[in-house]
Write a protein that binds this ligand. Structure first.
Ligand SMILES: [Zn+2]
Length: 189
């Protein structure tokens, strides 16, 4: 079974069998664990590798069209109809886009979300619930540090008028990857 594919050149990034462009990796490249064997890429991935806009922005590619995402939390609340490729970045210097082209979004109810070089399971119902909680806290001027810091200190708990239920929920959510995404990508108005 392997012999048929061995003769084809697959793209080192996405694995498609139409790799033609030789790729030279700079010494700064460290994401080898995401690559297929080989040294050629398909034309799309060769372009993505070369152009820093794919590393420095959060983006969607749908029907072949690239678009940067300005408001990540809102985008995730109302994503467009799949299929599409989706990449989110806070660090703006990682090669997680490689994982994004390997994991197309086929359903917006549940999918693998790529954030920098991490894979996170996205569930739309869980997300909507967390989004509503974050919006409520942001509307009350609760600082990002308190929202991400787990159980609030008694002084913060009083100062920001948090209920016990909210404080315990913050403790539960401290290491929740989706929660951390919503809060850290939130744009204050
Ligand atoms: Zn490719």
């Amino acid at each position: 079974m392997l012999t048929a594919t061995e003769t084809k050149t697959v793209c080192v990034f996405c694995g498609n069998e139409n790799a033609e462009t030789p790729i030279v990796f700079p010494s700064t490249f460290t994401a080898y664990q995401f690559l297929q064997a080989g040294n050629k890429a398909c034309s799309r991935c060769a372009e993505m590798f070369k152009d820093p806009k794919y590393r420095r922005n959060s983006w969607i590619i749908r029907k072949g069209k690239f678009k940067t995402i300005k408001d990540v939390p809102d985008f995730l609340l109302n994503p467009p109809f799949p299929p599409f490729f989706l990449y989110l970045t806070k660090l703006k210097r990682k090669h997680g886009w490689v994982r994004a082209v390997q994991n197309p979004v086929l359903s917006t109810k549940r999918f693998i979300l790529i954030v920098d070089e991490d894979k996170i399971m996205f569930d739309d119902k869980v997300y909507a619930d967390l989004y509503a909680f974050a919006r409520n806290l942001y509307a009350r001027r609760i600082p990002k540090g308190v929202m991400l810091g787990g159980m609030p200190q008694p002084s913060a708990h009083r100062k920001y008028g948090l209920t016990w239920k909210e404080s315990f929920r913050l403790r539960e959510l401290q290491h929740d990857p989706l929660w951390r995404i919503i809060v850290s990508f939130w744009r204050r108005n």
